[in-house]
Write a protein that binds this ligand. Structure first.
Ligand code: MN
Ligand code: MN
Length: 298
């Protein structure tokens, strides 16, 4: 089962300008074939469906614990998209067309369907699909697929990074390049233990270090490229049997951290009267506050 913490995996900067078209590109990293919805659901189903968890415990625990991290990545990319769209439109009477600037943006679902927030779709507006999940039941096949999936995710992140210098997008991508790099090596090491083949010799793919990205370098300087979290107070500690030794490309010792990163605050999204979102007026709010007080016996 899952326990939820009301924090974002990192602190995101407050944007000083919107860029809805860049947010549309970032959707690929959420709901594209190689996006966070795909990594989450691949590892989640593989962990549910894993056969002989007793015998193959460290492999099961690796996939299960990374699942929890990917949930946090879905939350991080979603919040990034939300912060990047905010400020594209202005409040006003319907007759002055307060959302006139939205009609020329790449993704009009952001304005018509979701009130300027993230949705499980790719950069072209196509829905995320369940058949992006590979849960073959064959351990080597699944680990190889996960390695491939993380390499694809890294490639797409590098390309979106090159498409936008929006500070919120850069912060998110910088962090996820580092964390995705950890997952690539984790699956490579799992494959090496399972088969004897050293997958790390072909890394990095693409052949460009995370250190070439300003926004990633600061997270590597904190050593985040060497840490794998358990995402649990008590469980998944057998991942230490896989996540050990030297970092294959950067050097330094790999380290399993029990629990979660510290995290940062969840951004508070502004009201959008022109979208009727959340659609609670000041008078409504005062009435709701009274009802809440009454039901609390105050
Ligand atoms: Mn991820
Ligand atoms: Mn990952």
């Amino acid at each position: 089962m899952f326990k939820r913490i009301d924090k974002l995996i990192i602190d995101l900067p407050k944007p000083d300008h919107p860029d809805a078209n860049a947010a549309a590109a970032v959707q690929e990293l959420l709901g594209g074939r190689f996006g966070e919805m795909s990594t989450l659901n691949n590892y989640m189903y593989q962990s549910f469906n894993f056969r002989n968890k007793k015998k193959l415990r460290p492999f099961y625990e690796l996939v299960a614990s990374i699942t929890a991290e990917e949930f946090g990545h879905v939350e991080l990319v979603s919040n990034t998209i939300n912060l990047m769209i905010e400020g594209t439109t202005f409040p006003g009477d319907p007759d002055i067309s307060p959302m006139q600037d939205a009609k020329d943006k790449r993704n009009t679902y952001h304005f018509i369907a979701t009130a300027q927030t993230a949705y499980p779709m790719d950069s072209m507006g196509a829905s995320w699909r369940g058949d992006y999940v590979v849960s073959s039941g064959n351990l080597i096949f699944d680990l190889l697929h996960n390695f491939f999936l993380e390499v694809g995710a890294r490639t797409h992140k590098m390309r979106v990074y090159e498409m936008t210098n929006h500070p919120v997008a850069r912060e998110m991508i910088g962090y996820l390049l580092v964390r995705g790099g950890v997952h690539i090596i984790a699956y490579a090491k799992a494959l090496e233990i399972a088969t004897g083949v050293d997958m790390t010799k072909m890394l990095p793919i693409p052949d460009l270090s995370n250190r070439k990205f300003d926004a990633a370098r600061k997270f590597e300087e904190q050593g985040l490229h060497r840490k794998l979290y358990t995402w649990s107070d008590t469980d998944y500690k057998k991942i230490t049997q896989i996540w050990k030794g030297e970092h294959p490309t950067e050097g330094g010792l790999l380290e399993v951290v029990p629990g979660t990163p510290e995290g940062g605050p969840i951004p508070n999204l502004q009201e959008l009267p022109e979208e009727f979102a959340p659609g609670i007026s000041e008078e409504d709010f005062l009435e709701i506050a009274k009802r809440l007080q009454r039901s609390a016996g105050l």
